[in-house]
Structures are given as C-alpha cells and as structure tokens.
Design a protein around this ligand. Structure first.
Ligand code: GRG
Length: 311
C-alpha cells in the first residue's frame, strides 16, 4: 500500500498542485466510502468479508472513481450520489481483478503490491469475493438515490450491467483468454479492449454524468466519445507499461503479456508507435470535451494522467 500511495503522489505531482490535491482527496474519500459500504470484517461470514475488504481497500489508483467524480463535475452532481456510483464501479473493477488473477485465468500472485486474493486466502474465497463484490455494486446502484428521475436510474443500472456482462468486460475477458497464443490484428485487438477495459471506464464516466443535471443527447455523445477514447488509451498505456515498467513500480507482475503469448499494442505496433497511438487517443479525448469549457477541465486532466502515468 505504501508503495502504491508513493507512486500515486509521484505521478500526480507531475500535474498542477490543485489537480494533484483533488486526486488525493478523491482517492482518500473513496477509501473511507468503500470501508463504510463493504460489510464489516466482523460480520459473518467473517472470512469472506475480510477477503472482500482485502480486495477492495488499500490499493489501486482509483481511476474509475476519479473519472466518475470528474464527469459529475460536468453536470453539477452531488458528492453523496457520486460516492455511491464511484464505489459501485470500483467494486466491479476490484471483482474483475480478483477473478482475472486466479489460476484459471491470468494466474498471478501479486496485485496492488500485495499477494492476490486466492494466494492470501484460497481459490474458493477469491471466486466468492468477486461474486459478492459484483452483487454489492448492483445492490448499491439499485437502493441508493442517484438521480431525481427513477427511469434514469434504471437506465444507469442497465448500462452498468451491459458494461460488466458478456457484451462488455466479461466478453472482452473471454476473447482475451481464447486468443492467448494467437496473433491478433489491430481491429481485433481494439474489439477486445473496447470491451475488456473500455466498457467499465465508459460506464464510470456515464454513471458520474447520470448523477447530475440531464445532458442533451449531443453532449452525452461527446462525453461518451471522450470515455471511449480514454478507455482505449488506458489499455494502450497498460500494454506499454507491462513491457517497460518494473514489477515494483506497477505493484503487479511486469512483462507478463509477452511471457503468456498475449497480443498487445506493443506486440502489434511496437512501443514507439503504441505511445504515439495513445497520444492520438488523448487528443481525440480532449477534442470531445471542447464544448464543455471549464466544467470538464478535471476530466481533461484525468485524460492526461491516464496517458502520462508511469504505473
Ligand atoms: C474477470 C470478468 C473478468 C474480467 C477481467 C479488468 C480485467 C478483465 C482484467 C485485468 C487484467 C488487465 C491487466 C487488464 C488491463 C487493464 C486493466 C484493467 C488494468 C488494471 O486496472 P488499473 O491499472 O488497476 O486501474 P488499479 O489496481 O490501479 O485499480
């Protein structure tokens, strides 16, 4: 945790003081919101609840909650509503990491600078941690008030379910597993990553936007364009970091893509072209925000952070 916190502050420090402070405050807020919303470690079944807290607390950059909060600024959403939306997205993200690390999937022992959940606990517990985190996320989205219009809230729930399901993240993961050892062309890579990584990032932005004043259709499309571009950029940078950064910096095993025979943006186009592609996507993301003015300045800076991060 100390390592991740240090890396967080180092990376944010490259941005102006106000943005770095905002990032730190949202990250700290999310730690206490998640600690409050997750079942207590002493609540039976204690072992499962301890493992859920282990998976979701003390670690991670909290990129999806940050996106949710920044999108909320575009629409004047209240902090109380954004906390719930952001916690739900982060729980789904944490579940996906726990399952992804299991021996039947990516088989890894290190995540967020600490042993993965199936190593610290056991495989059955890791499976249940993922299941329960996902259920809790949907419970929160259903029972807490996120908007004044119940029909909008149902639509938010629906879009989160789509993002997490077989047409979104789970589907992208299935394609990833099926294509290990094969060489994917760029359009196939994009098809996979728009689902595996991009869908949840898009949901984080659109959920944050759903918590505030209604946007016009054209504005929603622009915000979604931003989210789609930055979601793909996130993955391109993830591939570059897997190839370039160390395990200590990342808090997860580095260099795995090549070892496991995965197609990545680095294997498909090389590191330099992959970095250039991430830059193109960053510009596209910025362009999409042009009409929002200062309301979207944090979202724009987060786009920069996602592309320029070192971990
Ligand atoms: C198991 C249904 C299911 C899906 C798994 C997200 C995912 C799909 C797998 C994770 C594997 C991976 C390395 C994907 C690349 C991009 C990614 C999601 C990285 C991890 O996200 P970060 O960097 O992690 O935001 P932190 O720990 O900072 O929250």
């Amino acid at each position: 945790m100390a390592m991740i916190a240090m890396a967080n502050s180092r990376s944010a420090a490259a941005f102006d003081g106000d943005f770095a402070a905002w990032m730190g405050s949202v990250q700290a807020r999310m730690e206490s919101v998640l600690a409050r919303l997750l079942p207590g470690a002493d609540t039976p079944p204690e072992r499962l609840h301890r493992a859920m807290r282990y998976a979701a607390l003390e670690g991670g950059k909290r990129v999806r909650p940050l996106l949710c909060f920044a999108a909320g600024e575009v629409v004047g959403a209240s902090t109380a509503r954004l906390e719930i939306a952001a916690a739900a997205v982060e729980m789904i993200h944490a579940y996906s990491l726990v399952h992804d690390d299991m021996p039947c999937m990516d088989d890894d022992v290190l995540r967020r600078g600490k042993p993965t959940v199936h190593v610290e606990y056991d495989q059955a517990t890791a499976l249940l941690v993922g299941d329960a985190l996902q259920s809790l996320a949907f419970q929160l989205l259903a029972e807490k008030k996120l908007t004044d219009d119940p029909a909008v809230q149902v639509e938010m729930l629906r879009s989160m379910a789509l993002a997490a399901g077989s047409r979104g993240m789970a589907g992208g993961q299935a394609i990833d597993i099926e294509s290990t050892g094969k060489s994917l062309a760029l359009p196939e890579l994009e098809f996979m990553h728009i689902r595996k990584t991009g869908a949840l990032i898009r949901a984080a932005v659109m959920l944050g936007a759903g918590c505030g004043d209604a946007l016009e259709e054209r504005e929603r499309e622009k915000l979604d364009h931003f989210a789609k571009s930055i979601g793909l950029a996130f993955q391109v940078v993830d591939d570059v970091l897997d190839a370039e950064a160390s395990t200590a910096t990342l808090g997860k095993t580095a260099g795995k893509d090549q070892k496991q025979g995965k197609s990545t943006y680095v294997s498909a186009m090389g590191i330099i072209a992959a970095r250039e592609f991430a830059e193109e996507l960053r510009n596209e993301a910025h362009d999409a925000l042009a009409g929002f003015g200062g309301r979207a300045s944090r979202l724009a800076k987060l786009g920069d952070f996602i592309v320029l991060r070192k971990f």
